[in-house]
Design a protein. Structure first.
Length: 508
C-alpha cells in the first residue's frame, strides 16, 4: 500500500505514541511529562482494559519489616528458574515508590485507623504485601484514577476509537509509528519518532479467559513481522479460579479469597488440594490450576468454598466477585462457587531490556505484552500491576534521557484484520484451549499448528494468528514441564533452565 492511499498524521518532533490505555500505558504517559504523548486506544472507556479487571491488588515490599530481598526471592521462586534475578530486584526495590506514586495520584488503597496500608497475603508470598482497594477493586480504582489524570494532563492527547493494526517501518530497521483502523474501516498512518507498545496480553486467543476478548497478542503479531525478538511466549498463566458460569470472558474469583482462608472442595465439600501440593490452597497458581483441571477430568467438579472464610462480609470485602455470583444465581455467602482454570496472564512477549527497549530501534514495550524477565515461567501473584508501574516508569525515564532521531515511514503496510466473529476466531480459540491449555502434548500442539497454518492460508497473517503460532511453536519446542507450561509427554523439568528467544521466521 502506498503512502498516499491513507490519511497520514505526523506527530510533533519528539512526541511519543503509546499504543494501549491500560495501567502500563497510562502510567508511562503521565511519567513522560512534559514530552507530548499521544495515547492510541480503541476503547471509549476503561471497561475494556485488562488492568481494570485486576482484583487482587498490587504487591510491593512496602510494609514494616518487609524487604526488597524477600519480595525478589519470592518472585524468583515463583518463576521456576527463568526469572532474571537482577530484574526481580529492580521490581522489588522500585516497587514501594511506585505504589506511593499511585497513592499520591489518589488511589484509595485500604488503610487501617492509623492510615497505614492494609496488606494481604497471596499465594507464594512469604508475607502479606498486597495492597487492595475494597477487597477486589484495586484494578478498577487504579485505572479510574489513571484515566482521570491522563485526561487532565496537558501533555497527553487521546487518539480514541482507533485500533493499532501494524507498525510502520522507517526503512532503516526501526519503527516509525503505527497504522491504525477505526471500526468503520478507516485507516490512518501515524508517524512517530518513538512508539511504546502497551497492548496487554493474549487471553482472547483462548476459549476460556478472564481477559477482554480483544486481548489477542496484537503487539506480538505487529512486531514479529519486523523481526522483533520474542521471549518465552509458551508461558501462559491459567488462573485456577475463574467462575464457571458460561460467561465469556469468565468472571474472576480473586486469589485473595484463598489468601483470606477460602478453600477448594469437591461437590461434597471435601478439600482436595492437599493431595496435589504441600501448600494446599496457597500453592503457586500453575499447581492449583492443574489440580482443578485434574478434578474436572476426573468428573469431580471443583468449587470454591468461601462460606466460613468470608461469609456475610462478602458484599463489602469482595463486591466484584459477589456481584458476579449473584448475577448467576449463586449466593457465595451460603453456596459453593463453581470454578475452572482460565487463561489469565502471559509471562512471555516482546523481549526488552530493563528500560523497556525492544530489539528494534524506536520501539518500546511495557506491561503484559513485554517480557523483561521478571515473571519467568510463572508470575507471582499481584506482581503484574507493579510491573506495569515500575517498567512503565523506567521506559519513560529512558525516553526522556535518550536522543530521539526523527523517524519517517518508508512505506505503509496494513496487516489483515481478524474479526472476533464465530468463524476464524472461534476455530482459533477452541483449538488453543484444547491443545495449548493447562496440559499440552506434541500431538495436540502439532495439530494446533496445522490448524493455525490453515487459518493463515485462509485470511492472511493476521496479528492473532501470528501470536498464536509463536505460542504454540515455542510450546512444542520446550520439551519439559516448567511453571505454567506443562507437557504430558515431558513431565519432568530439565536441570538447565533457559529462556526461549526467537524471531517469527525461526518457526519456519
Amino acid at each position: 500500500m502506498a503512502l498516499g492511499d491513507v490519511e497520514t498524521t505526523r506527530l510533533p518532533a519528539g512526541a511519543v505514541l503509546v499504543v494501549g490505555a491500560g495501567l502500563a500505558g497510562l502510567f508511562s504517559a503521565l511519567k513522560l511529562a512534559p514530552r507530548p504523548v499521544f495515547v492510541l486506544t480503541s476503547r471509549r472507556s476503561n471497561k475494556g482494559a485488562a488492568s481494570a479487571w485486576a482484583q487482587g491488588g498490587i504487591a510491593s515490599a512496602i510494609g514494616a519489616g518487609d524487604t526488597a530481598e524477600s519480595h525478589a526471592a519470592d518472585t524468583i521462586d515463583a518463576g521456576d528458574g527463568l526469572v532474571d534475578p537482577r530484574i526481580a530486584m529492580i521490581l522489588a526495590q522500585e516497587g514501594p515508590d511506585r505504589v506511593r506514586d499511585l497513592m499520591k495520584l489518589g488511589v484509595p488503597f485500604d488503610t487501617d485507623e492509623r492510615g497505614d496500608l492494609v496488606l494481604s497475603l497471596e499465594a507464594a508470598h512469604a508475607r502479606p504485601r498486597v495492597a487492595r482497594v475494597k477487597g477486589d477493586l484495586a484494578g478498577k480504582a487504579i485505572i479510574d484514577i489513571m484515566v482521570k489524570k491522563s485526561q487532565a494532563a496537558d501533555h497527553i492527547t487521546g487518539l480514541i476509537g482507533w485500533r493499532a493494526e501494524s507498525l510502520l517501518s522507517d526503512g532503516k530497521g526501526g519503527i516509525a509509528g503505527t497504522m491504525a483502523r477505526k471500526d468503520d474501516g478507516t485507516l490512518m498512518a501515524i508517524e512517530a519518532d518513538v512508539t511504546i507498545m502497551a497492548t496487554g496480553g493474549v487471553g482472547g486467543l483462548f476459549a476460556v479467559t478472564t481477559n477482554p476478548k480483544s486481548a489477542r497478542g496484537d503487539a506480538l503479531g505487529m512486531a514479529a513481522v519486523h523481526g522483533a525478538v520474542m521471549r518465552d511466549p509458551e508461558f501462559v498463566q491459567f488462573h485456577p479460579t475463574a467462575i464457571d458460569i458460561g460467561k465469556d470472558p469468565a468472571p474472576l474469583a480473586t486469589e485473595a479469597l484463598r489468601g483470606d482462608g477460602a478453600i477448594l472442595v469437591d461437590r461434597k465439600g471435601r478439600r482436595f488440594m492437599d493431595r496435589y501440593h504441600k501448600d494446599g490452597e496457597l500453592a503457586p497458581r500453575d499447581d492449583v490450576a492443574r489440580a482443578i483441571f485434574a478434578q474436572i477430568q476426573a468428573n469431580e467438579p471443583p468449587f470454591l468454598d468461601c462460606r466460613k472464610a468470608v461469609g456475610d462480609h462478602f458484599p463489602d470485602h469482595f463486591p466484584t466477585v459477589f456481584k458476579s455470583c449473584m448475577d448467576a444465581g449463586i449466593d457465595p455467602r451460603t453456596e459453593l462457587i463453581p470454578i475452572a482454570p482460565a487463561v489469565h496472564y502471559h509471562m512471555g512477549g516482546l523481549d526488552t531490556d530493563d528500560m523497556g527497549r525492544t530489539s528494534i530501534s524506536g520501539l518500546y514495550a511495557i506491561g503484559e505484552c513485554a517480557a523483561v524477565g521478571v515473571h519467568g515461567a510463572n508470575r507471582l501473584a499481584s506482581n503484574s500491576l507493579l510491573e506495569a508501574c515500575v517498567f512503565g516508569d523506567r521506559a519513560a525515564r529512558a525516553i526522556l534521557e535518550d536522543s530521539l532521531p526523527e523517524r519517517k515511514a518508508d512505506k505503509i503496510q496494513s496487516q489483515p484484520w481478524l474479526a472476533m466473529g464465530k468463524d476464524v476466531s472461534t476455530i482459533l480459540r477452541t483449538n488453543m484451549t484444547a491443545h495449548c491449555g493447562v496440559r499440552r502434548n506434541a500431538k495436540g500442539l502439532n495439530a494446533l499448528l496445522g490448524t493455525i497454518e490453515e487459518l493463515i492460508d485462509r485470511v492472511g497473517l493476521a496479528n492473532p494468528l501470528i501470536a498464536a503460532r509463536m505460542i504454540a511453536g515455542a510450546a512444542l519446542a520446550r520439551e519439559e514441564s516448567r511453571g505454567g507450561h506443562y507437557r504430558e509427554d515431558f513431565t519432568k523439568t530439565k536441570r538447565q533452565a533457559r529462556s526461549t528467544y526467537f524471531t517469527y521466521d525461526m518457526l519456519d
